[in-house]
Design a protein around this ligand. Structure first.
Ligand code: FAD
Ligand code: SF4
Ligand code: SF4
Ligand code: SF4
Length: 420
């Protein structure tokens, strides 16, 4: 019987599923078992959309359809908990879900849970993550660096630090991620090719806040490429795994000690790389007035589309302060700097560096760099680590519902009556 803290190799006992899966297929087999055994009503994950660069959210309620979500999509940059809230939980709040999340997704779900947007009773299968590549960046790499037609690619993977593609006529070509990223000159404008800026700065490689943390690092010997490395992170995760093993859906064995050592070394190397990129990005932003001016200069391109607000896991207010005309003058493009200051004030203690505000900004403003830089400063000041556990954020000074009731009773929406 597996217990919290165990490190295992696991694989599906279904050969058809294993052929579709990324490594051992343990993740998909566990999801199918959770559905079949009635532990959950649905599985919320991602599946391939129009092509290998396209990841779309998927809700699976029929176990027979589970094979459609197997495999890793390294251009799958979407933030799943926000989509889950938007597509599903807004209408089906009591649905019991099993979901598959990368590190930034896991951090986001914790911060969303603190804000009453989701609940953590759901089963969370975490994926180790070395990074994701924006779909349009991946297409550029394939065209310009690999000399292939991006539309001919039928499979992509990131393996041992290389981005590798396979075309429909069987060609395999790859290029090192370091080589792609070393062209990064001006980090606040041209950052070269490779992973998203937030992924370079990311330091959550093995998401231990999940119920199970799954990946391929550390699978060596005859199991290499054929098993999933599973770290059991909670009792809930242990129960799911034990139940799947008892039902014959998944097989396991203790992880190879040498493999455990290798996994630890790779994780540490990735964390150091994250530190290096943080230094470079935050250094490029400068400090004090220089930093403020750089932020003001970039945000002067803003077209006030609200994408950064709508896609941030930390933003959840129904009445967004940026829409108050006494704070942000309406009908003005670019909006007054106050528009961005409100966002910074509301989010910065809890930013989980998911990158959505940057990736989805139509005018390419380095939003996540700004917020992540401020967040790391606040983390040093207050010791608050967003997305790691259920500790309330620094700014959680009021209970919002009670505060809204109080404000409604006074006929004002202002805490301080400064506009009298
Ligand atoms: P499968 O049974 O194939 O199931 C895969 C699951 O992943 C499916 O549920 C699918 O919906 C989900 N999924 C696919 N793409 C995404 C995505 N973009 N975002 C969220 N969910 C997704 N492991 C490491 O040890 N080191 C790494 O550096 C590493 N980097 C990764 C980067 C990305 C972007 C992804 C998605 C995974 C990464 N993994 C990494 C995990 C590894 O690729 C396998 O997912 C893991 O070993 C589980 O294998 P499996 O055969 O059990 O999964
Ligand atoms: Fe993976 Fe981290 Fe990038 Fe999220 S921010 S996709 S966890 S590398
Ligand atoms: Fe993600 Fe940007 Fe929100 Fe930070 S501010 S949590 S990077 S969307
Ligand atoms: Fe402005 Fe970009 Fe945010 Fe849109 S996503 S409101 S353009 S900063």
């Amino acid at each position: 019987m597996a217990g919290k803290g165990d490190l295992l190799y696991a694989w599906t006992t279904d050969d058809e599923l294993r052929a579709k899966a990324e490594t051992g297929g343990a993740v998909t087999a566990l999801l199918r078992h959770a559905l079949e055994s009635g532990m959950v009503d649905g599985v919320f994950a991602v599946r391939k959309g129009a092509d290998v660069y396209d990841a779309v959210p998927a809700l699976i309620t029929d176990p027979a359809e589970i094979g459609g979500i197997a495999g890793s999509l390294h251009c799958g940059t979407l933030l799943l908990p926000k989509q889950m809230r938007r597509c599903l939980l807004a209408t089906e709040p009591n649905m019991r879900i099993a979901t598959v999340l990368k590190g930034c997704d896991v951090k986001a779900i914790y911060e969303m849970a603190k804000r009453g947007q989701v609940n953590l009773d759901n089963i969370i299968i975490g994926l180790n993550c070395g990074g994701t590549i924006r779909p349009e960046t991946a297409r550029t790499i394939v065209r310009e660096r690999l000399g292939l037609d991006p539309d001919d690619v039928v499979k992509e993977e990131i393996d041992k630090g290389k981005f590798i593609v396979e075309t429909k006529d069987g060609q395999h070509k790859g290029i090192s991620i370091d080589e792609l990223e070393e062209g990064a000159e001006d980090l606040l404008g041209n950052e070269g090719l490779g992973r998203r800026s937030n992924c370079r700065r990311c330091k959550i490689k093995i998401p231990r806040q999940a119920d199970l943390a799954c990946g391929n690092w550390g699978v060596i010997g005859e199991r290499a490429g054929k098993a999933t490395f599973v770290e059991v992170c909670s009792e809930k995760g242990a129960n799911l795994l034990n139940s799947a093993v008892a039902a014959g859906a998944v097989a396991t064995e203790p992880a190879n000690p040498k493999g455990i050592e290798i996994r630890g070394k790779v994780e540490n190397a990735m964390l150091k790389l994250g530190d290096k990129w943080r230094e470079r990005y935050f250094g490029a932003l400068g400090e004090g007035t220089e930093r403020l001016n750089k932020i003001k200069e970039q945000t002067s391109r803003c077209i006030k589309c609200y994408s950064c607000i709508e896609n941030c896991p930390i933003c959840y207010c129904i009445d967004c302060s940026t829409r108050r005309d006494y704070l942000v003058e309406p009908g003005v493009i670019p909006p007054p700097f106050m528009f961005h200051l409100i966002r910074f004030a509301h989010i910065s203690d809890s930013c989980v560096n998911c990158g959505q505000c940057e990736e989805l900004c139509p005018v390419e403003i380095s939003n996540s760099v700004f917020l992540h830089a401020i967040q790391t400063e606040l983390e040093k000041l207050f010791g608050f680590h967003p997305g790691e556990d259920m500790t309330p954020p620094v700014l959680a000074l009021v209970d919002e519902r009670a505060e809204r009731d109080r404000l409604a009773a006074t006929g004002s929406d202002q805490i301080f009556d400064i506009f009298r």
